[in-house]
Design a binder for this molecule. Structure first.
Ligand code: GLN
Length: 277
């Protein structure tokens, strides 16, 4: 069997098993197993694939066909141009979250202290520090297993915040210029409607925002004000239908200049509010 035939079969197999992006995933798995890139493929696609590689490819295709996320098979996800290790203990970084990082970067000045709550893989704080090595970063998560992944990612990307374990602000000391968070925000009842990759393989803890999906925002809005320096910002990623509710709560709590920022699909994605100077 040639590389080209193996790829075609892989794609069809994933399609039959209702994997989204079957074509892309079949290619990425082949590239991983054979250690090849597109260039090599186009030059050699009519050549025979080695027996061992064919077997290994079939094995990873079977895992993907059972709806294990691609990133749990490859072990990584790209985010803000950096590579992050992932496993079942952390949420896989989403491209939408890059909007939150970009909004945070726009508001940084040298020497600022940045806090990331519910850090998960660490993708937010690590990419902020990587882009602005002159900042001080702290990140917390309730999950010790998630923090072990985040610590590896920090070393991998040479941007090392202080990691602390605990429930939101519980382990946090001092005040900050920017507090960011992409907390769990899916209402519990909606989790069952998500794709199997998410509901069966990503951590519940990282998804579940309780009854209305808003518990973590409510707590961070209320508790966060006293952790902000004057002139500082609190900023969240939110679900597409949570912009009004979250911004109204921020205004009620006394944050200023509250605004909602949309993602590339035109959906509400980030809410930002400031503390009086
Ligand atoms: N902050 C991490 C991320 O954005 C984890 C978020 C979460 O677990 N809800 O990917």
């Amino acid at each position: 069997m040639t590389y080209q035939e193996a790829l075609k079969q892989g794609e069809m197999f994933l399609k039959e098993n209702e994997v989204e992006d079957a074509k892309t995933d079949a290619w990425l798995l082949l590239a991983m197993i054979c250690g090849i890139d597109r260039n090599f493929y186009y030059l050699h696609m009519q050549e025979e694939i080695q027996g061992e590689q064919k077997e290994a490819y079939e094995n990873v295709l079977k895992r993907r066909a059972s709806h294990i996320p691609l990133q749990h098979i490859t072990g990584e996800q790209e985010f803000m141009g950096l590579s992050f290790l992932v496993n079942e203990d952390v949420l896989i970084p989403r491209q939408d979250t890059e909007i939150l990082v970009e909004e945070a970067l726009k508001r940084t000045k040298p020497g600022m202290r940045i806090l990331d709550l519910c850090t998960g893989s660490g993708c937010i704080i690590i990419s902020i520090l990587k882009n602005r090595p002159d900042l001080y970063g702290t990140a917390s998560d309730i999950s010790a297993a998630a923090l072990r992944v985040a610590e590896k990612n920090a070393k991998r990307n040479q941007a090392v915040p202080v990691f602390v374990q605990g429930d939101l602000f519980e382990p946090i000391k001092g005040t900050f210029d920017i507090i960011v968070s992409n907390p769990p925000y899916i209402p519990t009842a909606e989790i069952e409607t998500l794709m199997p990759e998410v509901k069966e393989h990503e951590p519940r803890l990282a998804l579940d925002g309780k009854e209305d999906g808003l518990v973590f925002y409510k707590r961070m809005i209320e508790e966060g004000y006293s952790y902000l320096n004057p002139g500082g910002y609190l900023m969240f990623e939110i679900g597409y239908d949570q912009g009004e509710e979250v911004s109204a709560r921020m205004e009620q709590a006394g944050y200023q200049g509250v605004k909602v920022i949309k993602d590339l699909a035109g959906l509400d994605r980030v809410v930002i509010g400031g503390k009086h100077v």
